[in-house]
Ligand binder design. Sequence first.
Ligand SMILES: [Zn+2]
Length: 161
Amino acid sequence: MIRIEAGAWAVMLEHAYSAYPRECCGILLGAENPGGERVVSAAFPCRNAYEGDQSDRFQIDPRDQVRANLKCRAEDIDIIGFFHSHPDCDAYFSATDLKNSWPWYSNIVLSIRQGAFAGAGSFRANDDQSQSETEELTYPSALPAPAADVAETAPGVESPS
Ligand SMILES: [Zn+2]
């Protein structure tokens, strides 16, 4: 099973909202504890580098992968998976997703409908990427508002005290 901490969850949703109606993509950082539970403590938003229609495709910018690796090394955490969004589509693992995935890693898919969060799923591919399994996923129930609403009510930059 995999659990997403609040800070990481906020980053994932914010990234998905701002990319809509295109797909967003990013990297999940954290650790797998000895019991096999995965905890996502940070999410690393990446640029979608897919050259074409990004409404149903993504490709993580390799430069962002390098940056995520550096962050892991600095903070002694690991890359445990990847995330991307499905604009106006369900949170399922598509044939393309399976083909482009790596075994072991968790792949979280966020469904974004009409610009708002509409569900999430986590999937793991088997060793030859012929099949995927749904993984039990827990995420915070309190959802940050879509980016547009946040901008309206943002109190501005806080000065350090
Ligand atoms: Zn997908």
